[in-house]
Design a protein around this ligand. Structure first.
Ligand code: NDP
Length: 503
């Protein structure tokens, strides 16, 4: 999804006197203002982060673990304050914000506790061919990691990269979304409370051009979370200097409801997975495929639950759409689905009432319609009937996106989940893989590549460093000009003996 701006609408960022003014999408009230990074500000921030990187790496895994656990403690103790700020700035209901911060806290905790185990130097076994050597492997920090984050999960997404990068020994320069800079700055300030010595996490604020400047600033790695369109620009900019990138991009996740699914559990998870955070979730369920025998009963249960949800600013289940320009996208997707013969069994043509969108459930929507093919990012779901699970998998896998997914069922559910062309899948739940810090998070295809979270997420922020060390004289000298013809003959013999078998 590309950032669509509607200047003047509540929530649309404004730049005034060199400051980025952040406002509430519900009321338009100012939430805070921060200096826009101008001129060389981004390169200066990266230079400061580079100075800090040596000190931070020098703390070692134990020192960093202690600091990061203290940061985790600050977030846990001030969770209500941060959730209220997220609500004010992005419109997210406070309970959703609490869940988001809790998930981020869990990731900080796991990354801090496990970085040493996963990344520190270890001996690696050699094989017969180089038996006289030992191998040593470690994952060394890149140095400075640039993190670019979106607005929809302004704590979970930057922390998912930053906590793992920091635990691995890097310092981080964060470019928060222009829609949620105040939350981004809160994260930076809270870490500075427990790491006052050096700027190990700093923020640069502004619009997309500041993100583009960060890509070209000389960072050693760039971790991007945002839309597929911007991910391509980020990769192109980073290609100029061969800066490695990690891209967490958009999605159009599918849920499959099989014939032996618990329909109440499936409906509950579907409504949550599709409509939480007003549907503005990268791994949110956007399309559902339910098999024919359970289709009607399932749709009825979804409509009943989604119809109960409240919409509004404070205390409601569904808050405002954070990015005003997205309202047009959501309206267009609903109109297109209806024009092509889809039916609204809840909400529909008049669901968009800025800055809110009422829950909308669309059924029998043609597979080539916008609501099935493109990220809607609103509290809408398409539910289509399929003959069987096989057809559901084919349809689920038909899009270029491949982020997450969900399967409800008993007998075949795990096998179906394994066949989804996606980086993640949840069986008999939705979105849960995001909170499991031991599992990697990321997509395939147009949803990006690289992984945050888990052991893979830690390794993403360390360069593998391989060292071989001689222990004894070579019995089979190969890598030397001093080998003799007899040595080469022995090499041929050994090669055939070791690897020449037919199977
Ligand atoms: P955008 O791609 O519009 O923006 C993401 C970030 O990139 C923002 O900080 C933005 O700054 C910045 N940016 C914009 N232009 C450039 C540029 N040319 N170079 C570098 N950075 C730039 O995404 P949204 O903020 O709208 O976020 C929603 C999208 O993020 C959805 O597609 C969603 O699926 C995806 N997402 C993916 C996740 C994942 O883990 N895979 C998780 C969460 C969201 P600014 O805001 O100032 O324009």
């Amino acid at each position: 999804m590309t950032a669509v701006r509607a200047p003047g609408a509540p929530g649309a960022p404004i730049i005034s006197d060199g400051r980025l003014v952040s406002t509430s999408p519900a009321t338009g009230a100012e939430v805070g203002r921060l200096p826009v990074a101008a001129g060389d500000d981004v390169t200066r921030a990266v230079a400061r982060a580079r100075e800090a990187a040596g000190w931070w790496a020098g703390l070692g895994f134990t020192g960093r673990r202690e600091r990061l656990l203290r940061w985790r403690g600050v977030l846990a103790r001030r969770i209500e304050e941060l959730a209220e700020l997220m609500h004010a700035e992005g419109g997210k209901p406070v309970p959703d914000a609490i869940v988001e911060v809790l998930t981020a806290i869990e990731h900080i905790d796991w990354a801090a506790r496990n970085a040493g185990r996963v990344l520190r130097p270890r001996r690696v076994r050699s094989r017969l061919i180089l038996a006289e050597f030992t191998g040593h492997l470690e994952y060394q920090p890149y140095g400075v990691v640039g993190v670019i984050g979106p607005w929809n999960y302004p704590v979970f997404t930057p922390v998912g990269s930053a906590a793992y990068a920091l635990a691995a020994g890097n310092t981080v320069v964060l470019k928060p979304s222009e829609y949620t800079p105040v939350v981004g700055q809160w994260l930076v300030d809270s870490l500075a409370e427990v790491v006052p010595e050096q700027p190990v996490l700093t923020a640069v604020h502004g619009l997309g051009d500041v993100g583009a400047a960060l890509c070209r600033s000389g960072v050693d790695k760039l971790a991007f979370t945002g839309s597929t369109a911007t991910a391509k620009k980020v990769m192109a900019a980073c290609a100029e200097t061969l800066t490695p990138v990690l891209l967490e991009a958009g999605g159009k996740d599918a849920m499959i409801v099989d014939s032996d699914a618990d329909l109440d559990a499936a409906a509950e998870a579907c409504v949550w997975g599709g409509l939480t955070n007003a549907g503005q979730t990268c791994i949110g369920i956007e399309r559902v495929y339910a098999v024919e025998p359970v289709f009607d009963a399932f749709v009825g249960k979804v409509v009943e639950r989604a119809g109960r949800l409240t919409v509004g600013a404070d205390g409601a289940d569904i808050g405002p759409i954070t990015m005003p320009g997205q309202l047009d996208v959501i309206r267009r997707h609903i109109d297109d689905a209806l024009a092509r013969g889809g039916r609204a069994v809840l909400g529909g043509a008049d669901a968009v009432q800025p800055p809110y969108v009422r829950p909308t459930i669309l059924v029998d929507v043609p597979e080539d319609s916008l609501a099935v093919r493109e990220e809607t990012f609103g509290p809408t779901l398409t539910i289509n009937r399929v003959r069987d699970a096989e057809e559901a998998v084919t349809r689920a896998n038909a899009l270029p996106y491949g982020l997450g997914g969900s399967v409800f069922g008993r007998r075949r559910a795990v096998a179906i989940a394994r066949r989804l062309r996606s980086g993640m899948a949840a069986v008999n739940s939705t979105l849960t893989f995001a909170g499991m810090s031991t599992l990697p998070f990321g997509g395939v295809g147009e949803s990006g590549f690289g992984r945050i979270h888990g052991e893979d997420g830690l390794r993403e922020f360390g360069r593998p460093k391989a060292v071989t060390r001689r222990r004894a004289r070579s019995l089979l000298p190969a890598m030397t000009f001093e080998r003799t013809p007899a040595d080469v003959a022995r090499l041929v013999k050994v090669t055939k003996l070791l690897y020449g078998r037919r199977r």
